[in-house]
Design a protein around this ligand. Structure first.
Ligand SMILES: Nc1ncnc2c1ncn2[C@@H]1O[C@H](COP(=O)(O)OP(=O)(O)OP(=O)(O)O)[C@@H](O)[C@H]1O
Length: 312
């Protein structure tokens, strides 16, 4: 779906939406003696969906924390378009057009509308005093933000729940509120940390469709950390694989799925005890990866595309 054929929904926040490339170079993070990220390079092309995968402890969350300003790197650089993100605090990075969702849902009490308005906060011009005094212009600005929040809620199919307290929502809908709140910041790069974790099959499929629609309608770049390889195979243009803090592969989902080093990483160092037949091979790629398998337990014994398990 391109801009012209996009379904009714939020319009891009700026005319250069999608024109910026995220470029991370040689990003290194140490925690005491542990090298959590070891010179990681990653580029997210404008308007693309890029997945970051890897076994437990590979460094995915740490990398997200670097991008969003939660964890400054020990060395390396992160640029978004012309702008240097390295070392900036989270609110500055958000203001530069980078929004993030979290692995565990982080919502405040209150309604969907109230949570989405928090996302608009980064764009609000009226200061604290003007808002507290209800000065002219503040109400108008609030109304515009509220209309936009409503539009975004409709777009991610939360319109009918706009005035519902988030406490009363299903798990899947709360994850969608998180996504909508991030969209309310009018980002040009969206960082999604395990957007379908804990969801059942129907919720996951719905979320996958929403992410695809968001990208198509808004022209956003998306970087997604996710253990659900079915989702990755369906929505990602490119995949970067980390293992023990190092980038071990990068390419199309299909290529990465067949990469011997990726298969080795998921099988673990001591693979002798494990049957190699459980790994996907170039000649016989896993069909499960294409048929949206249940969310796997992310571990080193399960290569991409060989997930098994049950819905929650
Ligand atoms: N604040 C911290 N202090 C010390 N060590 C940390 C800290 N955060 C992460 N680590 C370590 O850094 C390594 C990378 O962790 P990280 O959470 O980034 O991996 P991950 O790929 O996101 O794993 P998972 O898939 O389990 O979420 C791990 O060995 C982890 O224990």
């Amino acid at each position: 779906m391109n801009q012209d054929t996009a379904a009714p929904g939020p319009t891009p926040a700026s005319t250069d939406a999608g024109a910026e490339r995220l470029v991370a170079r040689a990003v290194t993070v140490r925690f005491a003696g542990l090298l959590a990220l070891d010179g990681v390079d990653l580029t997210v092309e404008p308007g693309s969906v890029h997945a970051l995968i890897g076994p437990n402890g590979a460094g995915k969350s740490t990398f997200f924390n670097v991008l969003s300003g939660v964890c400054p790197p020990d060395s390396g650089t992160v640029r978004f378009g012309e702008k240097e993100l390295t070392g900036r605090p989270p609110h500055r990075i958000a203001a530069l057009g980078v929004a993030r969702t979290f692995q565990n849902i982080v919502l405040t009490r209150g309604t969907v509308a109230e949570n989405l308005m928090l996302g608009r906060h980064v764009l609000t011009r009226a200061g604290f005093t003007a808002t507290a005094l209800g000065l002219p212009g503040v109400a108008r600005e609030q109304r515009i933000h509220r209309e936009r929040a409503r539009e975004i809620a409709d777009f991610v199919d939360l319109g009918r729940l706009f005035h519902t307290p988030v406490d009363l929502l299903s798990y899947g809908d709360r994850k969608r509120v998180e996504l909508a709140r991030a969209l309310c910041m009018e980002p040009r790069l969206l960082l999604l940390d395990e957007p379908v974790a804990g969801m059942n099959t129907a919720e996951r499929q719905r979320m996958a469709a929403t992410i695809a629609e968001v990208r198509a309608a808004l022209g956003l770049s998306v970087l997604v950390v996710e253990h659900d390889m079915g989702l990755i195979m369906r929505i990602a243009d490119e995949v970067t694989v980390l293992d023990f803090g190092r980038r071990i592969a990068c390419g199309t989902p299909r290529r990465v799925q067949r990469d011997p080093e990726v298969i080795r990483a998921y099988l673990g160092a001591g693979t002798d005890a494990r049957p190699a037949a459980s790994a996907p091979t170039p000649a016989a790629p896993s069909r499960q990866a294409e048929s949206h398998p249940p969310e796997p337990t992310p571990d080193r014994a399960r290569p991409p595309g060989t997930e098994a398990g049950e819905d929650r």
